[in-house]
Design a protein around this ligand. Structure first.
Ligand code: ADP
Ligand code: MG
Length: 331
């Protein structure tokens, strides 16, 4: 069942230099119990999409800092119909859809004990009394595998290591039994081993909850291979390819996806060929996007026609596998 459906989301920032088209008409869906990856270079619009869905960009509208349009369907309603300060959106944020960010120190209060922060949130969202909130908080810390949870309840955020702080963030994110958890680059600051441990735990937790879905946002395509069911590849504010993880890794069609895959280190690469591929060039200026395919200038497969035709739309490759490339029919 579809839990979240986003249609033609456009988010623009009004700056002194003009309109930055951070999200240029993006449509996607998340099924119940699914783990979906959003991947793309830094600046491709991943965070702006998530913050737009959550209405966390603040006030929007004419003459304001930014404008959002499109439809964000969740539980039969369009979330964009509600003001970001409305009680509806406040209930959704932290209750039904929760977010885990990269830097937990910005989300955790450094002057408050971890246990108190968790308890406060549980009391606010679940209406629990003090004793049951504390019991539930310890249970949650235990669940995210924080050793000695009852004792660590009284520790401050700075007493925890980076990986442990992320576990606290996961505990907070799952505390109110959300329908969707959005994890935006949340393991980027961790070493690879801890990254894998934390992601594995988050995946197992989400799969155990069955009806909860997880969105993993990352610039690292290699990272989500093991965790996601489906993937959306973003480039310059648009989805350029989507499909099951198997389709994306086994049969990538967009040259950008192929480039991202070539950037992933492989164990079977010979020692003489250790230099990792990087996609040449830079993403286009979002203040002044070209009419043609936004990947044209960097594309090694593009022919002259690609530079003359308008930017390609997503086209079905097979089943849920789609790519926005005129040459995507060719392997
Ligand atoms: N508050 C803002 N004001 C102006 N431009 C912004 C703002 N936030 C993001 N952008 C621009 O929007 C684009 C997409 O950014 P972002 O969504 O953060 O990308 P990602 O998360 O994929 O790295 C970037 O070009 C960025 O500079
Ligand atoms: Mg981001």
């Amino acid at each position: 069942m579809e839990l979240l459906k986003v249609e033609n989301l456009v988010t623009e920032f009004n700056t002194d230099y003009g309109k930055v088209k951070a999200v240029g008409g993006v449509s996607f869906y998340i099924n119940e119990g699914e783990i979906v990856g959003f991947v793309g270079e830094s600046g491709s619009g991943k965070s702006t999409i998530m913050l737009s869905v959550m209405q966390l960009l603040g006030d929007s509208g004419k003459g304001k800092h930014h404008t959002i349009s499109g439809i964000v369907s969740f539980e039969g309603e369009n979330l964009l119909d509600y003001d970001y300060k409305s009680s509806k959106m406040c209930k959704i944020r932290g209750g039904k859809i929760s977010m885990i960010f990269q830097e937990p120190m910005t989300s955790l209060n450094p002057t408050m004990k971890i246990g108190d922060q968790l308890t406060e949130m549980l009391r606010l969202h679940l209406n629990l009394d003090k004793a049951s909130a504390k019991a539930k908080a310890i249970e949650l810390l235990d669940l995210v595998k924080i050793p000695n949870a009852a004792a660590r309840f009284n520790d401050y955020p700075h007493n925890f290591s980076g990986g442990m702080r992320q576990r606290v963030m996961i505990a907070m994110a799952i505390s109110c039994s959300p329908r969707i958890i959005i994890a935006d680059e949340f393991t980027t600051a961790l070493d690879v081993t801890t990254q894998a441990q934390v992601l594995t735990e988050l995946r197992n937790l989400v799969k155990g909850l069955q009806k909860t879905s997880l969105i993993i946002v990352t610039h690292n395509l290699g990272l989500i291979a093991r965790y996601s069911d489906r993937i959306y590849v973003l480039y310059a504010g648009k989805i350029v390819e989507t499909g099951t993880t198997k389709q994306i890794f086994g049969d990538p069609r967009h040259p950008y996806t192929k480039g991202l895959l070539a950037c992933v280190p492989r164990l079977d690469q010979s020692a003489s060929d250790k230099r990792l591929y990087t996609i040449p060039g830079y993403p286009p200026d979002l203040l002044n996007l070209p009419q043609h395919c936004s990947f044209y200038e960097r594309c090694e497969f593009a022919d002259k026609e690609c530079g003359q035709k308008k930017s390609p739309e997503l086209k079905v490759v097979c089943e849920e596998h789609m790519a926005a490339c005129y040459l995507c029919a060719e392997k």
